[in-house]
Design a binder for this molecule. Structure first.
Ligand code: ADP
Ligand code: MG
Length: 333
């Protein structure tokens, strides 16, 4: 791959240890994120997407093991002041349901000032307001009005734009967006994706977009990592994934996404439900739901195979039976 990678996640594990049980929310994830591109992380609810992405900022309750390399620094080794400075200025995040993260008793303008000052006390209020205004204009909001507003005076879509503008305040190289449009209507969603793509292209900001919707992946992503039960089961260039998904879970997700199917195609849901992350199936985690599972699948964990620039973890990869199953070219593009 020509792209250089800005983040390299190596053998990352995140466990939530609760009374008497351990939730393996992220299991042995290795993934490299290309600089300047938009990488989507997709999978059903509860598969570990938020846990994985918050770990990239060394946030969250879980116990983290492994390494997350950013410019040859291991983020998981950052502490105290160094970690505080790193967050927002190198990598920022729009958290899931972040609209409610805006402080309800503070005007939006003050929140921009506060966020900036947590990183740099010396900059004048005027300079921060100027920068905030530019960013708000960039996300197509009226800065005069919005900076004076309290969060409850703004619509959901406006608040989400404010969060996106805020995430850009310290010129981060990477922005992570966790389901940024889930609560919004389709038109507002599309407007926000237009803005994200513009930011990605014009500022060359690397973006990591978390979504459960493969339709959104098709619209905006350059690369996609498919997560299932805490693992990345497939990773590749989006066009390749749509042309020929290699993992049966990926194929299942695509075929169950209404917006990707043509009129005469029927939606086919993936049978069953994701496993309990405290007690995962032996072998391949997907085998109990897999339409092409063979005996080996319940016995052995499939190794990650390199597939072009991407990766797939499936015992059936390269198997003639599997090649036959993969007639997905009619979908997406
Ligand atoms: N603070 C926590 N304590 C215990 N379990 C958690 C915690 N946060 C998330 N989990 C569990 O970790 C798993 C992955 O959750 P999450 O990362 O939120 O998935 P996703 O974002 O894909 O929906 C789920 O089983 C969830 O219940
Ligand atoms: Mg989530």
């Amino acid at each position: 791959m020509e792209d250089s990678y800005i983040l390299k996640i190596a053998n990352l594990n995140v466990d939530y240890v609760t009374r008497g049980s351990v939730v393996h929310a992220v299991s042995d994830v290795s993934l490299s994120i290309p600089a300047g591109k938009l990488t989507a992380i997709v999978g059903e609810s509860g598969c570990g997407k938020s846990t994985l992405t918050t770990a990239l900022l060394h946030y969250g309750m879980g116990q983290r093991r492994g390494a997350i390399l950013y410019q040859d620094k291991d983020i998981l080794k950052l502490k105290g002041e160094e970690l505080r400075k790193f967050r927002w200025s190198e990598i920022s995040m729009v958290f899931q349901a972040s609209q409610s993260a805006l402080n309800p008793v503070m005007r939006v303008g003050e929140q921009f000032i506060e966020t900036y000052r947590e990183h740099d006390r010396k900059v004048s209020k005027k300079a921060i307001v100027e920068k905030a205004s530019q960013l708000l204009e960039y996300v197509r909001l009226d800065p005069k009005r919005v900076l004076q507003s309290y969060p409850h005076e703004l619509s959901g879509g406006m608040k989400q734009r404010v969060m996106i503008a805020l995430s850009l305040l310290l010129d981060p190289k990477v922005v992570i967006l966790d389901e940024p449009t889930t609560a919004l209507d389709v038109i507002t969603q599309d407007a926000i994706f237009d803005i994200l793509l513009k930011i990605n292209r014009e500022f060359n900001t690397t973006m990591i977009l978390v979504t459960h919707d493969f339709g959104i992946v098709a619209k905006v992503a350059d690369y996609v990592a498919v997560m299932y039960a805490g693992q990345v089961v497939e990773y590749n260039d989006v066009r390749r994934v749509f042309k020929r998904p290699q993992h049966p879970y990926t194929k299942g997700l695509i075929e169950s996404t209404p917006s990707l199917l043509s009129n005469n195609e029927e939606i086919s849901e993936i049978d069953g439900t994701p496993p309990d992350l405290r007690n995962k199936p032996q072998g391949c985690v997907f085998h109990p739901r897999c339409p092409i599972a063979r005996p080996i699948c319940s016995r052995e964990i499939p190794a990650a195979r390199i597939e072009g620039d991407g990766m797939v973890a499936c015992h059936a990869y390269g198997h003639p039976l599997y090649a036959q199953e993969s007639n997905i070219e009619k979908v997406g593009g």
